[in-house]
Write a protein that binds this ligand. Structure first.
Ligand SMILES: CC(C)(COP(=O)(O)OP(=O)(O)OC[C@H]1O[C@@H](n2cnc3c(N)ncnc32)[C@H](O)[C@@H]1OP(=O)(O)O)[C@@H](O)C(=O)NCCC(=O)NCCS
Length: 178
């Protein structure tokens, strides 16, 4: 069972069976999946949700389903994921996000990212949180910057040339106070 978080506009909550329709629709959208390996079939989306739920059960944290508080509609995911195969150092927990296109451009990913970082540092006691993307994914990079992360370098990961950002606990405390 995921710990739930409310932000001004979002509810970060556990995954529900009813999320599959909206999640599958979002992951079949080529624009949403433009910087990800490929669009997903409904079956692949279902498998992905099962993996997210397994991650929560195994590690006690993970990617939340994002719900718009005002309407109760599913909007995507945001949260933390542990990548055991991340090659650049010992800090392997990533903050990540994917929202349905109709919710882009309103600061919602950043709102969810900030709540995820707060949870990672305050509740999980992490020392450093990373974030990974393709260099050309400017919206995602901007979310990283607006959440206080800094560019650290390039890496080759899961068959792609990626760039990665991170933020330490100390940097977060300073950023969060400002
Ligand atoms: C990345 C994503 C989650 C951002 O969601 P969002 O709610 O629109 O993000 P925010 O509104 O919090 O911030 C987006 C920022 O990127 C900027 N941006 C968007 N598209 C951009 C582009 N093509 N070039 C430069 N900046 C861009 C926005 O202007 C905004 O910055 P600003 O507040 O300074 O104006 C959303 O675009 C998405 O789901 N993309 C597809 C999935 C994906 O790529 N996930 C990440 C994989 S690493």
């Amino acid at each position: 069972m995921a710990f739930e978080i409310e932000t001004p506009r979002l509810l970060l909550r556990s995954w529900r069976d009813e999320d599959l329709d909206a999640y599958a629709r979002m992951c079949a959208d080529p624009e949403v999946m433009r910087y990800l390996p490929s669009t997903l079939t409904r079956e692949q989306s279902e498998q992905q949700i099962a993996k997210f739920v397994c991650h929560w059960e195994k590690r006690g944290f993970g990617l939340w389903a994002v719900e718009i508080r005002e309407t109760g509609t599913f909007a995507g995911f945001v949260g933390l994921q542990y990548h055991g195969d991340w090659p650049e150092g010992e800090h392997k927990t990533e903050v990540g996000w994917r929202l349905d296109r109709s919710y882009w451009g309103q600061g919602l990913a950043t709102e969810g990212a900030l709540a995820s970082l707060q949870y990672g540092f305050d509740h999980l006691g992490l020392e450093r949180i990373i974030s990974i993307t393709l260099p050309e994914n400017m919206a995602s990079r901007r979310v990283m910057e607006k959440s206080g992360l800094s560019l650290r370098g390039e890496a080759f990961w899961r068959g792609f040339d990626v760039i990665w950002y991170d933020i330490s606990r100390r940097e977060w405390e300073t950023y969060n106070r400002s």
